[in-house]
Write a protein that binds this ligand. Sequence first.
Ligand SMILES: CC(C)(COP(=O)(O)OP(=O)(O)OC[C@H]1O[C@@H](n2cnc3c(N)ncnc32)[C@H](O)[C@@H]1OP(=O)(O)O)[C@@H](O)C(=O)NCCC(=O)NCCS
Length: 287
Amino acid sequence: MLAEILPPEVAAVEAFGDVLDVELFPEEEAALGRAVDKRRREFTTARACARAALAKLGLPPVPIVPGLRGAPQWPHDVVGSITHCIGYRAAAVARGHDIRTLGLDAEPDEGLPEGVVNRVAAADERAGLRALASATPGPCWDRLLFSAKESIYKAWFPLTRRWLGFEDTVITINPVNGTFTVRLLVPGPVLDGRSLTRFEGRWLVRDGLVLTAIAVPALPQLCHRLCLAWRPLPAQPATLMRVAGDGGHQAPTACTPPSTCTISPVVAGNQSDSSATHARIWQLSDG
Ligand SMILES: CC(C)(COP(=O)(O)OP(=O)(O)OC[C@H]1O[C@@H](n2cnc3c(N)ncnc32)[C@H](O)[C@@H]1OP(=O)(O)O)[C@@H](O)C(=O)NCCC(=O)NCCS
């Protein structure tokens, strides 16, 4: 289920029951301490998921220990996120050069307890929830909004190491295409030269569960993807203001900031083939 709302660069593993035949590292045992059985089970199963997800990236098992404010500590150059709720546990990881940060959250598809929605959603968001409920009955939209806020916190914290309150974001859920946007009401982190003011997420409601996920792709990957189809070689490396393909015929012209980066052409593919079938890959560099 989770893979449906994550980009292909992310390795995700989920479990619908407990997976307890995984050996915890001493550091993980120490972090668990004398935790109650429920906590031991969710922690252990999440570590089983995390190890399997890391293995999908070709990485060996390592201890995944809660660090500052509970954020899981991933191996160098790996980003990841963990969630657990009744009947569901999951972990997702990616290489840092593909994805800058990840946030996952799973919740039961049940209305929030009395009073909670007023605590987590601003008046505008509550009005949005009422509109969603009357136009598209079905999912518990208040729970979905809550889950989206938990996801953004998990994606936000590793980038900023700062608290983010429920009142610091405005979530807009798109009921049709399974996406949501997070608008920050506080200064966001600067990432790849971009000052982030909003995040895009995806959601899925199925089998009694609400899943939300945020994955922020690294900028070079965005540019590579967009530029791969572009064919003609320019005479000189150009200053890249914005990058966007039009199906491969126009020079890249649109890119999210940084607006000062430069690009230089690299020829890929079979160079002896004189027909215009080579992909020209643009390498992005700061400068
Ligand atoms: C930390 C928090 C987001 C966890 O969410 P949850 O729904 O309670 O629990 P989940 O099972 O989905 O997630 C637990 C996992 O979150 C991860 N997590 C905990 N703190 C984290 C942090 N500061 N940053 C990133 N991930 C964190 C951990 O991996 C944890 O699992 P583990 O202890 O087994 O490693 C939540 O308890 C919390 O503190 N929320 C308040 C902050 C917030 O949501 N602000 C709203 C911003 S709009």
